[in-house]
Design a protein around this ligand. Structure first.
Ligand code: GLN
Length: 581
Protein backbone atom coordinates (compact mmCIF):
# COMPACT_ATOMS: atom_id res chain seq x y z
CA UNK A 1 0.00 0.00 0.00
CA UNK A 2 2.54 2.50 1.22
CA UNK A 3 4.81 1.70 -1.63
CA UNK A 4 2.32 1.86 -4.46
CA UNK A 5 1.28 5.37 -3.58
CA UNK A 6 4.83 6.61 -3.75
CA UNK A 7 6.51 4.37 -6.25
CA UNK A 8 8.18 5.66 -9.37
CA UNK A 9 6.08 6.26 -12.44
CA UNK A 10 5.69 3.45 -14.90
CA UNK A 11 7.71 3.63 -18.10
CA UNK A 12 6.98 1.59 -21.14
CA UNK A 13 9.43 0.42 -23.67
CA UNK A 14 8.48 0.73 -27.31
CA UNK A 15 7.40 -2.84 -27.78
CA UNK A 16 6.14 -3.52 -24.29
CA UNK A 17 2.51 -4.39 -23.87
CA UNK A 18 2.42 -5.01 -20.13
CA UNK A 19 2.63 -2.48 -17.35
CA UNK A 20 6.04 -3.33 -16.03
CA UNK A 21 7.46 -0.73 -13.70
CA UNK A 22 10.90 0.59 -14.56
CA UNK A 23 12.47 -1.41 -11.79
CA UNK A 24 11.86 -4.55 -13.79
CA UNK A 25 14.02 -3.32 -16.63
CA UNK A 26 11.62 -4.20 -19.40
CA UNK A 27 13.73 -2.32 -21.91
CA UNK A 28 16.68 -4.62 -21.84
CA UNK A 29 14.63 -7.80 -22.06
CA UNK A 30 12.16 -6.78 -24.71
CA UNK A 31 14.50 -4.87 -26.96
CA UNK A 32 16.64 -7.96 -27.24
CA UNK A 33 14.14 -9.42 -29.65
CA UNK A 34 14.72 -6.57 -32.09
CA UNK A 35 18.48 -6.83 -32.35
CA UNK A 36 20.53 -9.81 -33.27
CA UNK A 37 21.66 -11.65 -30.18
CA UNK A 38 25.43 -11.94 -30.17
CA UNK A 39 26.60 -15.52 -30.61
CA UNK A 40 29.19 -14.88 -27.93
CA UNK A 41 29.90 -12.23 -25.37
CA UNK A 42 32.00 -9.19 -26.17
CA UNK A 43 34.48 -8.10 -23.54
CA UNK A 44 35.35 -4.63 -22.27
CA UNK A 45 38.37 -4.65 -19.96
CA UNK A 46 38.42 -1.60 -17.73
CA UNK A 47 41.66 -0.39 -16.17
CA UNK A 48 42.51 2.69 -14.15
CA UNK A 49 45.50 4.97 -14.35
CA UNK A 50 47.19 7.98 -12.72
CA UNK A 51 45.53 7.80 -9.29
CA UNK A 52 43.09 5.57 -7.42
CA UNK A 53 39.57 6.62 -6.41
CA UNK A 54 38.60 7.84 -9.88
CA UNK A 55 35.32 5.95 -9.71
CA UNK A 56 36.22 3.02 -11.94
CA UNK A 57 33.47 0.89 -10.42
CA UNK A 58 30.84 3.53 -11.05
CA UNK A 59 32.14 4.15 -14.57
CA UNK A 60 31.92 0.42 -15.31
CA UNK A 61 28.47 0.18 -13.76
CA UNK A 62 27.24 3.25 -15.67
CA UNK A 63 28.51 1.82 -18.95
CA UNK A 64 26.65 -1.37 -18.07
CA UNK A 65 23.46 0.62 -17.54
CA UNK A 66 23.92 2.41 -20.88
CA UNK A 67 24.42 -0.81 -22.82
CA UNK A 68 21.37 -2.26 -21.07
CA UNK A 69 19.36 0.80 -22.04
CA UNK A 70 20.18 -0.10 -25.64
CA UNK A 71 18.76 -3.56 -25.14
CA UNK A 72 21.88 -5.58 -24.45
CA UNK A 73 22.37 -8.16 -21.73
CA UNK A 74 25.28 -7.11 -19.59
CA UNK A 75 27.40 -8.78 -16.93
CA UNK A 76 29.95 -6.96 -14.77
CA UNK A 77 32.89 -8.71 -13.12
CA UNK A 78 35.70 -7.49 -10.91
CA UNK A 79 39.29 -8.68 -10.62
CA UNK A 80 40.77 -7.63 -7.28
CA UNK A 81 44.57 -7.73 -6.98
CA UNK A 82 44.84 -8.00 -3.17
CA UNK A 83 45.86 -11.24 -1.46
CA UNK A 84 42.85 -11.73 0.81
CA UNK A 85 40.72 -14.63 -0.38
CA UNK A 86 37.70 -12.34 -0.12
CA UNK A 87 37.06 -9.04 1.67
CA UNK A 88 35.01 -10.81 4.38
CA UNK A 89 37.59 -10.43 7.11
CA UNK A 90 38.81 -6.97 6.07
CA UNK A 91 37.94 -4.06 8.31
CA UNK A 92 35.19 -1.89 6.87
CA UNK A 93 37.28 1.15 7.75
CA UNK A 94 40.03 -0.11 5.42
CA UNK A 95 38.15 -1.58 2.58
CA UNK A 96 34.66 -0.16 2.89
CA UNK A 97 31.54 -2.24 3.00
CA UNK A 98 31.56 -5.96 2.33
CA UNK A 99 28.90 -6.52 -0.29
CA UNK A 100 27.06 -9.84 0.03
CA UNK A 101 25.52 -11.57 -2.97
CA UNK A 102 22.43 -13.79 -3.01
CA UNK A 103 24.63 -16.85 -3.25
CA UNK A 104 26.48 -15.87 -0.10
CA UNK A 105 29.75 -14.43 -1.38
CA UNK A 106 31.42 -11.61 0.52
CA UNK A 107 32.61 -9.33 -2.23
CA UNK A 108 34.00 -5.94 -3.13
CA UNK A 109 31.70 -2.97 -2.73
CA UNK A 110 31.94 -2.24 -6.45
CA UNK A 111 29.60 -5.19 -6.98
CA UNK A 112 27.04 -3.10 -5.14
CA UNK A 113 27.44 -0.36 -7.75
CA UNK A 114 27.10 -2.96 -10.48
CA UNK A 115 23.82 -4.19 -9.01
CA UNK A 116 22.44 -0.72 -8.38
CA UNK A 117 23.15 0.47 -11.90
CA UNK A 118 22.16 -2.64 -13.85
CA UNK A 119 19.58 -4.30 -11.64
CA UNK A 120 21.29 -7.65 -12.25
CA UNK A 121 22.00 -9.57 -9.06
CA UNK A 122 25.69 -10.34 -8.82
CA UNK A 123 26.94 -13.81 -7.96
CA UNK A 124 29.98 -15.43 -6.35
CA UNK A 125 31.55 -15.73 -9.76
CA UNK A 126 31.54 -12.00 -10.45
CA UNK A 127 34.45 -11.16 -8.14
CA UNK A 128 37.83 -12.79 -7.75
CA UNK A 129 40.95 -11.82 -5.81
CA UNK A 130 44.60 -12.77 -6.21
CA UNK A 131 44.21 -14.65 -2.94
CA UNK A 132 41.40 -16.79 -4.35
CA UNK A 133 43.32 -17.45 -7.60
CA UNK A 134 46.38 -18.62 -5.69
CA UNK A 135 44.26 -20.67 -3.29
CA UNK A 136 42.66 -22.49 -6.25
CA UNK A 137 46.07 -23.09 -7.81
CA UNK A 138 47.66 -24.35 -4.61
CA UNK A 139 44.69 -26.67 -3.99
CA UNK A 140 45.12 -28.07 -7.52
CA UNK A 141 48.84 -28.42 -7.04
CA UNK A 142 48.34 -30.37 -3.80
CA UNK A 143 45.85 -32.66 -5.53
CA UNK A 144 48.43 -33.32 -8.22
CA UNK A 145 46.30 -31.79 -10.97
CA UNK A 146 49.34 -30.25 -12.67
CA UNK A 147 50.87 -33.70 -13.26
CA UNK A 148 54.30 -32.80 -11.96
CA UNK A 149 54.68 -29.53 -13.89
CA UNK A 150 56.42 -26.53 -12.33
CA UNK A 151 53.60 -24.19 -11.37
CA UNK A 152 54.24 -20.64 -12.64
CA UNK A 153 52.59 -17.25 -12.98
CA UNK A 154 52.52 -17.74 -16.74
CA UNK A 155 50.69 -19.91 -17.70
CA UNK A 156 49.09 -21.24 -14.51
CA UNK A 157 48.05 -18.04 -12.78
CA UNK A 158 47.13 -16.31 -16.03
CA UNK A 159 45.14 -19.35 -17.18
CA UNK A 160 43.23 -19.41 -13.91
CA UNK A 161 42.38 -15.71 -14.39
CA UNK A 162 41.40 -16.20 -18.03
CA UNK A 163 39.15 -19.13 -17.11
CA UNK A 164 37.47 -16.97 -14.50
CA UNK A 165 36.94 -14.10 -16.95
CA UNK A 166 35.56 -16.15 -19.82
CA UNK A 167 33.45 -18.74 -18.01
CA UNK A 168 29.67 -18.60 -17.71
CA UNK A 169 29.10 -15.71 -20.12
CA UNK A 170 26.89 -17.54 -22.62
CA UNK A 171 23.80 -15.52 -21.76
CA UNK A 172 25.41 -12.11 -22.11
CA UNK A 173 26.11 -9.74 -24.98
CA UNK A 174 28.70 -7.75 -23.06
CA UNK A 175 30.97 -8.66 -20.17
CA UNK A 176 32.52 -5.63 -18.51
CA UNK A 177 35.54 -6.70 -16.54
CA UNK A 178 37.09 -4.21 -14.15
CA UNK A 179 40.66 -4.62 -12.95
CA UNK A 180 41.03 -3.22 -9.44
CA UNK A 181 43.88 -0.89 -8.48
CA UNK A 182 45.90 1.41 -10.70
CA UNK A 183 48.16 0.57 -13.64
CA UNK A 184 51.67 0.01 -12.31
CA UNK A 185 50.60 -1.77 -9.11
CA UNK A 186 52.80 -4.83 -8.66
CA UNK A 187 49.92 -7.03 -7.50
CA UNK A 188 47.89 -6.36 -10.62
CA UNK A 189 50.59 -7.55 -13.06
CA UNK A 190 49.24 -11.10 -13.55
CA UNK A 191 45.76 -9.66 -14.20
CA UNK A 192 47.16 -7.26 -16.79
CA UNK A 193 49.04 -10.10 -18.45
CA UNK A 194 45.89 -12.23 -18.46
CA UNK A 195 43.70 -9.54 -20.02
CA UNK A 196 46.42 -8.93 -22.62
CA UNK A 197 46.47 -12.63 -23.53
CA UNK A 198 42.74 -13.12 -23.54
CA UNK A 199 42.17 -10.66 -26.39
CA UNK A 200 44.23 -12.96 -28.62
CA UNK A 201 42.43 -16.06 -27.35
CA UNK A 202 39.05 -14.61 -28.27
CA UNK A 203 37.80 -14.19 -31.83
CA UNK A 204 38.95 -10.99 -33.52
CA UNK A 205 36.93 -7.92 -32.64
CA UNK A 206 35.40 -9.29 -29.44
CA UNK A 207 37.52 -7.53 -26.81
CA UNK A 208 38.46 -3.91 -26.18
CA UNK A 209 40.32 -2.00 -23.49
CA UNK A 210 38.91 1.05 -21.78
CA UNK A 211 41.26 3.09 -19.63
CA UNK A 212 40.03 5.54 -17.00
CA UNK A 213 42.46 8.36 -16.22
CA UNK A 214 42.67 11.82 -14.75
CA UNK A 215 43.64 15.18 -16.23
CA UNK A 216 44.64 17.32 -13.27
CA UNK A 217 44.17 21.09 -13.44
CA UNK A 218 47.39 22.92 -12.61
CA UNK A 219 46.43 26.32 -11.28
CA UNK A 220 49.83 27.95 -11.86
CA UNK A 221 49.67 27.05 -15.54
CA UNK A 222 45.91 27.50 -15.76
CA UNK A 223 45.74 24.22 -17.70
CA UNK A 224 44.50 20.66 -17.59
CA UNK A 225 47.51 18.42 -18.07
CA UNK A 226 47.75 15.42 -20.39
CA UNK A 227 51.12 14.08 -19.24
CA UNK A 228 49.95 11.77 -16.41
CA UNK A 229 47.58 10.08 -18.86
CA UNK A 230 50.33 9.77 -21.45
CA UNK A 231 52.56 8.05 -18.89
CA UNK A 232 49.87 5.73 -17.73
CA UNK A 233 49.00 4.71 -21.30
CA UNK A 234 52.70 4.14 -22.03
CA UNK A 235 52.85 1.83 -19.06
CA UNK A 236 49.86 -0.10 -20.37
CA UNK A 237 51.40 -0.29 -23.82
CA UNK A 238 54.62 -1.64 -22.34
CA UNK A 239 52.50 -4.53 -21.05
CA UNK A 240 51.07 -5.07 -24.51
CA UNK A 241 47.73 -3.44 -23.84
CA UNK A 242 46.69 -0.67 -26.21
CA UNK A 243 43.61 1.11 -24.90
CA UNK A 244 40.82 1.61 -27.43
CA UNK A 245 39.00 4.23 -25.40
CA UNK A 246 40.16 6.77 -22.84
CA UNK A 247 37.65 7.93 -20.28
CA UNK A 248 39.21 11.04 -18.79
CA UNK A 249 38.14 12.46 -15.45
CA UNK A 250 38.52 16.23 -15.20
CA UNK A 251 37.05 18.96 -13.06
CA UNK A 252 36.40 21.19 -16.08
CA UNK A 253 35.81 20.93 -19.85
CA UNK A 254 38.75 19.42 -21.67
CA UNK A 255 39.65 21.82 -24.51
CA UNK A 256 39.60 20.41 -28.04
CA UNK A 257 43.37 20.89 -28.43
CA UNK A 258 44.06 18.78 -25.33
CA UNK A 259 41.81 16.03 -26.54
CA UNK A 260 43.65 15.93 -29.84
CA UNK A 261 46.92 15.81 -27.96
CA UNK A 262 45.71 12.85 -25.91
CA UNK A 263 44.47 11.15 -29.03
CA UNK A 264 47.80 11.66 -30.79
CA UNK A 265 50.11 10.67 -27.96
CA UNK A 266 48.00 7.84 -26.60
CA UNK A 267 47.19 6.35 -29.98
CA UNK A 268 43.39 6.45 -29.76
CA UNK A 269 40.90 8.01 -32.15
CA UNK A 270 39.89 11.59 -31.29
CA UNK A 271 36.29 10.44 -30.79
CA UNK A 272 37.52 7.82 -28.32
CA UNK A 273 38.81 10.44 -25.89
CA UNK A 274 35.72 10.79 -23.70
CA UNK A 275 35.64 13.43 -21.05
CA UNK A 276 34.18 12.42 -17.70
CA UNK A 277 33.41 15.60 -15.83
CA UNK A 278 32.55 15.64 -12.14
CA UNK A 279 28.79 15.34 -11.58
CA UNK A 280 26.65 16.29 -8.61
CA UNK A 281 25.26 12.82 -7.98
CA UNK A 282 26.45 9.34 -8.95
CA UNK A 283 23.14 8.63 -10.66
CA UNK A 284 23.90 11.47 -13.09
CA UNK A 285 26.82 9.42 -14.39
CA UNK A 286 25.00 7.24 -16.98
CA UNK A 287 23.30 10.15 -18.72
CA UNK A 288 26.43 12.35 -18.44
CA UNK A 289 28.67 9.70 -20.03
CA UNK A 290 26.05 9.01 -22.64
CA UNK A 291 26.07 12.68 -23.67
CA UNK A 292 29.85 12.47 -24.04
CA UNK A 293 29.40 9.49 -26.35
CA UNK A 294 30.85 6.71 -24.19
CA UNK A 295 28.37 3.99 -25.11
CA UNK A 296 28.32 4.78 -28.82
CA UNK A 297 32.13 4.77 -28.87
CA UNK A 298 32.22 1.38 -27.14
CA UNK A 299 29.74 -0.03 -29.65
CA UNK A 300 31.68 1.56 -32.54
CA UNK A 301 34.86 -0.09 -31.25
CA UNK A 302 33.09 -3.43 -31.77
CA UNK A 303 31.88 -2.33 -35.19
CA UNK A 304 28.26 -2.04 -34.04
CA UNK A 305 27.08 0.86 -36.18
CA UNK A 306 24.45 2.14 -36.31
CA UNK A 307 23.83 1.25 -32.70
CA UNK A 308 20.36 0.55 -31.28
CA UNK A 309 18.88 3.68 -29.71
CA UNK A 310 19.00 3.86 -25.91
CA UNK A 311 15.97 4.47 -23.69
CA UNK A 312 17.14 6.58 -20.80
CA UNK A 313 13.79 7.90 -19.53
CA UNK A 314 14.05 6.00 -16.26
CA UNK A 315 17.51 7.37 -15.49
CA UNK A 316 16.40 10.87 -16.46
CA UNK A 317 13.46 10.60 -14.09
CA UNK A 318 15.73 9.46 -11.24
CA UNK A 319 18.05 12.45 -11.86
CA UNK A 320 15.09 14.76 -12.03
CA UNK A 321 13.81 13.55 -8.66
CA UNK A 322 17.24 13.92 -7.10
CA UNK A 323 17.75 17.46 -8.38
CA UNK A 324 14.25 18.81 -7.75
CA UNK A 325 13.11 17.30 -4.45
CA UNK A 326 9.79 18.37 -2.99
CA UNK A 327 10.91 18.15 0.61
CA UNK A 328 13.62 16.99 2.93
CA UNK A 329 13.98 14.59 5.86
CA UNK A 330 16.87 14.03 8.25
CA UNK A 331 17.84 10.54 9.32
CA UNK A 332 20.25 9.89 12.17
CA UNK A 333 22.60 6.96 11.55
CA UNK A 334 23.80 5.76 14.92
CA UNK A 335 26.80 3.59 14.10
CA UNK A 336 30.41 2.78 14.72
CA UNK A 337 32.33 3.36 11.52
CA UNK A 338 30.91 6.80 10.87
CA UNK A 339 34.39 8.12 9.99
CA UNK A 340 34.46 6.15 6.74
CA UNK A 341 31.24 6.45 4.83
CA UNK A 342 32.26 3.69 2.40
CA UNK A 343 31.67 1.27 5.27
CA UNK A 344 27.94 2.03 4.83
CA UNK A 345 27.87 2.41 1.05
CA UNK A 346 24.75 0.37 0.25
CA UNK A 347 22.94 1.74 3.29
CA UNK A 348 23.52 5.34 2.23
CA UNK A 349 22.40 4.56 -1.29
CA UNK A 350 19.29 2.70 -0.10
CA UNK A 351 18.28 5.69 2.03
CA UNK A 352 18.65 7.94 -1.00
CA UNK A 353 16.57 5.48 -3.01
CA UNK A 354 13.90 5.85 -0.31
CA UNK A 355 14.14 9.58 -0.97
CA UNK A 356 13.78 9.04 -4.71
CA UNK A 357 10.64 6.94 -4.10
CA UNK A 358 9.13 9.75 -2.01
CA UNK A 359 10.49 12.62 -4.10
CA UNK A 360 12.40 14.07 -1.14
CA UNK A 361 15.99 14.74 -0.26
CA UNK A 362 17.40 12.57 2.54
CA UNK A 363 19.94 14.27 4.79
CA UNK A 364 22.10 12.01 6.92
CA UNK A 365 23.16 12.90 10.43
CA UNK A 366 26.06 10.62 11.43
CA UNK A 367 26.36 9.95 15.13
CA UNK A 368 29.02 7.82 16.85
CA UNK A 369 26.93 5.59 19.10
CA UNK A 370 29.41 5.86 21.97
CA UNK A 371 28.24 9.45 22.43
CA UNK A 372 24.97 8.12 23.83
CA UNK A 373 26.85 6.21 26.50
CA UNK A 374 27.91 9.48 28.06
CA UNK A 375 25.24 11.87 26.94
CA UNK A 376 21.46 11.96 26.84
CA UNK A 377 20.41 11.12 23.26
CA UNK A 378 17.44 13.50 23.39
CA UNK A 379 19.16 16.73 22.27
CA UNK A 380 20.76 14.83 19.38
CA UNK A 381 17.74 12.84 18.27
CA UNK A 382 14.88 15.23 18.93
CA UNK A 383 15.56 17.10 15.72
CA UNK A 384 15.75 14.11 13.39
CA UNK A 385 12.85 12.46 11.57
CA UNK A 386 14.07 8.90 11.68
CA UNK A 387 16.73 6.86 13.48
CA UNK A 388 18.63 4.07 11.84
CA UNK A 389 20.93 1.69 13.69
CA UNK A 390 22.87 -0.22 11.03
CA UNK A 391 24.79 -3.50 11.06
CA UNK A 392 27.81 -3.73 13.31
CA UNK A 393 30.16 -6.02 15.16
CA UNK A 394 31.50 -6.07 18.71
CA UNK A 395 30.54 -4.57 22.02
CA UNK A 396 32.02 -1.11 21.61
CA UNK A 397 29.23 1.41 21.16
CA UNK A 398 26.46 -1.18 21.64
CA UNK A 399 25.02 0.48 24.76
CA UNK A 400 24.73 3.75 22.80
CA UNK A 401 22.74 1.93 20.14
CA UNK A 402 20.49 0.40 22.81
CA UNK A 403 19.91 3.91 24.18
CA UNK A 404 19.06 5.18 20.70
CA UNK A 405 16.51 2.37 20.25
CA UNK A 406 14.96 3.22 23.62
CA UNK A 407 14.64 6.88 22.65
CA UNK A 408 12.96 5.93 19.37
CA UNK A 409 10.54 3.54 21.08
CA UNK A 410 9.56 5.87 23.88
CA UNK A 411 9.39 9.04 21.80
CA UNK A 412 7.57 7.39 18.87
CA UNK A 413 10.26 8.36 16.34
CA UNK A 414 10.59 6.09 13.28
CA UNK A 415 13.28 3.47 13.97
CA UNK A 416 14.93 1.14 11.52
CA UNK A 417 17.21 -1.50 13.06
CA UNK A 418 19.28 -3.44 10.59
CA UNK A 419 20.92 -6.69 11.71
CA UNK A 420 22.89 -5.50 14.78
CA UNK A 421 20.36 -2.67 14.96
CA UNK A 422 17.55 -5.21 15.36
CA UNK A 423 19.53 -7.19 17.94
CA UNK A 424 20.11 -4.04 20.02
CA UNK A 425 16.41 -3.12 19.81
CA UNK A 426 15.49 -6.57 21.15
CA UNK A 427 17.98 -6.30 24.01
CA UNK A 428 16.52 -2.87 24.77
CA UNK A 429 13.01 -4.33 24.93
CA UNK A 430 14.17 -7.23 27.10
CA UNK A 431 15.85 -4.94 29.58
CA UNK A 432 13.42 -2.06 29.72
CA UNK A 433 10.05 -3.62 28.88
CA UNK A 434 10.40 -7.22 30.08
CA UNK A 435 12.58 -6.35 33.08
CA UNK A 436 15.36 -8.79 32.12
CA UNK A 437 18.13 -6.57 33.44
CA UNK A 438 21.00 -8.80 32.36
CA UNK A 439 19.72 -9.25 28.81
CA UNK A 440 22.69 -9.22 26.44
CA UNK A 441 24.32 -10.83 23.41
CA UNK A 442 26.84 -13.65 23.67
CA UNK A 443 28.84 -11.63 21.14
CA UNK A 444 29.87 -9.50 24.13
CA UNK A 445 30.89 -12.44 26.36
CA UNK A 446 28.98 -15.08 28.31
CA UNK A 447 25.70 -13.98 29.84
CA UNK A 448 22.90 -15.44 31.99
CA UNK A 449 20.31 -13.96 29.64
CA UNK A 450 21.40 -14.63 26.04
CA UNK A 451 18.61 -12.72 24.32
CA UNK A 452 20.94 -12.68 21.32
CA UNK A 453 23.14 -15.75 20.94
CA UNK A 454 25.07 -18.00 18.61
CA UNK A 455 23.00 -20.56 16.73
CA UNK A 456 25.07 -23.57 15.80
CA UNK A 457 22.65 -25.28 13.43
CA UNK A 458 19.94 -24.11 11.11
CA UNK A 459 18.26 -25.03 7.86
CA UNK A 460 19.00 -23.51 4.48
CA UNK A 461 16.29 -24.88 2.24
CA UNK A 462 16.41 -28.55 3.16
CA UNK A 463 20.07 -28.57 4.11
CA UNK A 464 21.38 -28.42 7.62
CA UNK A 465 24.09 -25.78 8.03
CA UNK A 466 26.43 -25.78 11.00
CA UNK A 467 28.87 -23.42 12.62
CA UNK A 468 31.06 -23.92 15.64
CA UNK A 469 31.94 -21.59 18.49
CA UNK A 470 35.58 -21.68 17.50
CA UNK A 471 35.38 -21.65 13.69
CA UNK A 472 37.53 -19.48 11.42
CA UNK A 473 36.31 -15.93 11.18
CA UNK A 474 36.29 -16.02 7.37
CA UNK A 475 33.08 -17.37 5.90
CA UNK A 476 31.47 -18.72 9.08
CA UNK A 477 28.49 -16.43 9.12
CA UNK A 478 24.94 -16.90 7.97
CA UNK A 479 25.56 -15.45 4.54
CA UNK A 480 23.51 -14.73 1.47
CA UNK A 481 19.83 -15.01 0.63
CA UNK A 482 17.50 -16.76 3.06
CA UNK A 483 13.74 -16.91 2.95
CA UNK A 484 11.59 -15.54 5.73
CA UNK A 485 7.91 -16.03 6.47
CA UNK A 486 6.16 -12.82 7.51
CA UNK A 487 3.13 -12.85 9.78
CA UNK A 488 -0.08 -11.79 8.08
CA UNK A 489 -1.47 -8.35 8.96
CA UNK A 490 1.79 -7.02 10.30
CA UNK A 491 3.23 -3.72 9.16
CA UNK A 492 6.16 -5.41 7.47
CA UNK A 493 3.98 -7.82 5.49
CA UNK A 494 1.95 -4.81 4.38
CA UNK A 495 5.08 -2.95 3.29
CA UNK A 496 6.37 -5.90 1.25
CA UNK A 497 2.89 -6.70 -0.02
CA UNK A 498 3.75 -10.35 0.65
CA UNK A 499 4.32 -12.82 3.45
CA UNK A 500 7.13 -14.61 1.68
CA UNK A 501 10.40 -12.78 1.22
CA UNK A 502 14.03 -13.51 0.55
CA UNK A 503 16.77 -11.23 1.81
CA UNK A 504 20.53 -11.29 2.22
CA UNK A 505 22.18 -12.04 5.54
CA UNK A 506 25.61 -11.51 7.06
CA UNK A 507 25.81 -12.26 10.76
CA UNK A 508 26.84 -14.85 13.30
CA UNK A 509 24.38 -14.23 16.11
CA UNK A 510 20.59 -14.54 16.20
CA UNK A 511 17.80 -13.25 18.37
CA UNK A 512 17.00 -16.13 20.73
CA UNK A 513 13.47 -17.39 20.07
CA UNK A 514 13.26 -18.69 23.65
CA UNK A 515 12.48 -15.11 24.66
CA UNK A 516 9.78 -14.67 22.01
CA UNK A 517 6.74 -15.22 24.21
CA UNK A 518 7.98 -13.02 26.99
CA UNK A 519 8.84 -10.17 24.64
CA UNK A 520 5.60 -10.51 22.69
CA UNK A 521 3.64 -10.18 25.92
CA UNK A 522 5.36 -6.78 26.29
CA UNK A 523 4.25 -5.63 22.84
CA UNK A 524 7.26 -6.49 20.68
CA UNK A 525 5.93 -8.62 17.83
CA UNK A 526 8.15 -11.17 16.09
CA UNK A 527 6.65 -10.40 12.70
CA UNK A 528 8.90 -12.62 10.60
CA UNK A 529 10.63 -15.96 11.23
CA UNK A 530 12.80 -18.27 9.15
CA UNK A 531 10.55 -20.80 7.34
CA UNK A 532 11.48 -23.51 9.91
CA UNK A 533 10.32 -21.17 12.67
CA UNK A 534 13.71 -21.22 14.42
CA UNK A 535 15.25 -17.86 13.65
CA UNK A 536 13.59 -14.50 14.26
CA UNK A 537 13.92 -12.44 11.10
CA UNK A 538 11.89 -9.29 11.76
CA UNK A 539 10.39 -7.47 14.74
CA UNK A 540 8.02 -4.52 15.12
CA UNK A 541 5.88 -2.61 17.61
CA UNK A 542 2.31 -2.42 16.29
CA UNK A 543 1.55 0.60 18.49
CA UNK A 544 4.48 2.65 17.19
CA UNK A 545 4.32 4.77 14.00
CA UNK A 546 7.29 2.89 12.47
CA UNK A 547 9.59 0.68 14.49
CA UNK A 548 10.99 -2.21 12.51
CA UNK A 549 14.03 -4.40 13.01
CA UNK A 550 15.31 -6.86 10.43
CA UNK A 551 18.00 -9.50 10.90
CA UNK A 552 19.02 -9.19 7.24
CA UNK A 553 20.44 -6.42 5.08
CA UNK A 554 17.69 -5.00 2.86
CA UNK A 555 20.01 -2.20 1.72
CA UNK A 556 21.90 -4.71 -0.44
CA UNK A 557 18.91 -5.16 -2.73
CA UNK A 558 17.80 -1.56 -3.13
CA UNK A 559 18.26 0.14 -6.49
CA UNK A 560 17.64 3.66 -7.72
CA UNK A 561 15.22 2.38 -10.35
CA UNK A 562 13.59 0.03 -7.83
CA UNK A 563 13.89 1.39 -4.28
CA UNK A 564 13.59 -1.24 -1.56
CA UNK A 565 10.07 -1.17 -0.06
CA UNK A 566 11.38 -0.94 3.53
CA UNK A 567 13.50 2.10 2.72
CA UNK A 568 10.69 3.71 0.71
CA UNK A 569 8.34 3.14 3.65
CA UNK A 570 10.85 4.28 6.30
CA UNK A 571 11.46 7.55 4.46
CA UNK A 572 7.71 8.00 4.08
CA UNK A 573 7.33 7.56 7.85
CA UNK A 574 10.16 10.07 8.40
CA UNK A 575 8.31 12.50 6.15
CA UNK A 576 5.22 12.10 8.35
CA UNK A 577 7.42 12.68 11.40
CA UNK A 578 8.90 15.84 9.84
CA UNK A 579 5.41 17.28 9.76
CA UNK A 580 5.14 16.77 13.53
CA UNK A 581 8.48 18.19 14.71
N1 GLN B 1 27.51 -8.71 15.05
C1 GLN B 1 26.22 -9.22 14.78
C2 GLN B 1 26.26 -10.69 14.37
O1 GLN B 1 27.28 -11.19 13.96
C3 GLN B 1 25.51 -8.40 13.72
C4 GLN B 1 26.20 -8.45 12.39
C5 GLN B 1 25.69 -7.41 11.44
O2 GLN B 1 25.10 -6.41 11.86
N2 GLN B 1 25.91 -7.59 10.16
O3 GLN B 1 25.26 -11.34 14.45
Amino acid sequence: MLRQAKSLPVFFCEDSTGDLPIGHFPLAESQMTRYPVTPMARYVFITGGVVSSLGKGIAAAALGALLQARGYRVRLRKLDPYLNVDPGTMSPTQHGEVFVTDDGAETDLDLGHYERFTGRSATKTDNITTGRIYKNIIDKERRGDYLGATVQVIPHVTNEIKDFVTEGNEDYDFVLCEVGGTVGDIEAMPFMEAIRQVKNDLPRGTAIYLHLTLMPFIAAAGELKTKPTQHSVKELQAMGIAPDILLVRADREIPEAERRKLSLFCNVRPSAVIQALDVANIYDVPTAYHKEGLDSEVLAAFGIEPAPKPRLDAWEEVCNRIHTPEGEVTIAIVGKYTGLKDAYKSLIEALHHGGIANHVKVKLDWIESEVFEKEDPAPWLEKVHGILVPGGFGERGSQGKINAARFARERQVPYFGICFGMQMAVIEAARNLAGINDASSTEFGSTQEPVVGLMTEWLKGNELEKRSHKGDLGGTMRLGAYKAALKKDTKIADIYGSTEISERHRHRYEVNRDYKEKLESCGLVFSGMSPDGLLPETIEYPDHPWFIGVQYHPELKSRPLDPHPLFASFIEAALEQSRLV
